[in-house]
Design a binder for this molecule. Structure first.
Ligand SMILES: C[S@@+](CC[C@H](N)C(=O)[O-])C[C@H]1O[C@@H](n2cnc3c(N)ncnc32)[C@H](O)[C@@H]1O
Length: 298
């Protein structure tokens, strides 16, 4: 995938963050753009299954909350078809620029993205109250500081009977190498601390039922995906899921070092342990549990 097209007067895939761009804790550079693409491929099966439970089909109008570069949105576009609509909102002008450019290149008139903070959805989408059949929020509620406000905005935009589908974290720090490994435990704790410091919550799904009830929504479906990732010395035999923790740590551990949350030596030890597990036939990584919620607006 090319990651450096010039568009809308900016380089979308620059590896360095643009100071003018609103940035979430993981960054919006070329490394994160590529990582999100890989992450979507690994989790697309879960997304499609949840969208089916959320009754997203032809003609549906869908809001993608914190859409990133739109990897899920383009799959949603194929489900809703040309009679439907997919509207993404993300605070990153890089990701939104990328998504709108891709929509134009692919001739998908039913897809558009808007730059903005998901804490203010009503103001970002004026005149759209009670017009969406469904909303999807994957790995965004764990990064926002006021999830109640985000959920209130989503509830207002949904039609009565409309559904919010969420994939997000609870018990994030359950992620572990097996056997347990000091460098990994340290990095997982540092990650959770870095999100909390920026107002996020790696346990957000634990609070979701109560927050949804406060805005007139109830959980219809609750499920957890717990996956494991095994390595192998022969790359062709390696579990594809191994690429998830592998790219995660290679992207985020250096950021933790920059933030002062991990020492350079800790980071090097983690990468060495990752390489050891990647070519092991005995050990594995238990990736973070991903919770799936489908909630209905009364
Ligand atoms: C881990 S990415 C997930 C992207 C996409 N939902 C997916 O699953 O591929 C989190 C996204 O949330 C966006 N984000 C975080 N906080 C936000 C906020 N307050 N308002 C709008 N977008 C936000 C980030 O810019 C980023 O694109």
């Amino acid at each position: 995938m090319s990651t450096t097209p010039k568009q809308f007067g900016q380089t979308v895939g620059d590896s360095k963050a643009n100071a003018a761009d609103n940035e979430y804790v993981l960054g919006t550079g070329a490394d994160e753009l590529a990582r999100l693409g890989l992450q979507h491929r690994l989790w697309a099966d879960a997304a499609h299954a949840a969208w089916k439970i959320g009754r997203i089909g032809p003609g549906a109008r869908v809001l993608d909350v914190g859409c990133g570069p739109g990897y899920a949105a383009f799959d949603l576009a194929s489900l809703v078809g040309p009679q439907g609509e997919v509207v993404g909102v993300d605070e990153s002008s890089r990701f939104v620029g990328w998504m709108n450019h891709q929509a134009a290149v692919r001739g998908l008139g039913q897809v558009r993205a808007v730059v903005g903070d998901v804490h203010g959805l009503g103001a970002l989408l004026p005149g759209r109250a009670a017009t969406f059949d469904a909303a999807y929020a994957r790995w965004v509620l764990c990064f926002v500081s006021r999830p109640a406000e985000v959920l209130r905005g989503v509830a207002d935009l949904l039609k009565p009977g409309g559904r919010l589908i969420v994939h997000d974290y609870f018990n994030y720090t359950a992620m572990t190498m097996a056997p347990r490994c000091r460098s990994h435990d340290r990095a997982v704790a540092a990650t959770a601390a870095s999100w909390r410091e920026r107002g996020g919550d790696p346990d957000i799904v634990g609070r979701l039922g109560r927050l949804l009830a406060e805005c007139g929504m109830s959980i219809d479906h609750l499920h957890v995906h717990q996956r494991v990732a095994r390595g192998h010395p022969d790359l062709s035999k390696r579990d594809p899921m191994f690429a998830w923790p592998d790219t995660w740590w290679r992207t985020y551990a250096p950021k933790l070092v920059e933030m002062g949350k991990l020492s350079r030596a800790d980071c090097d030890e983690l990468i060495a342990d990752l390489e050891r597990i990647g070519s092991s036939t005995t050990d594995f990584v238990m990736v973070p549990p991903v919770f799936e919620v489908v909630a209905v607006k009364a």
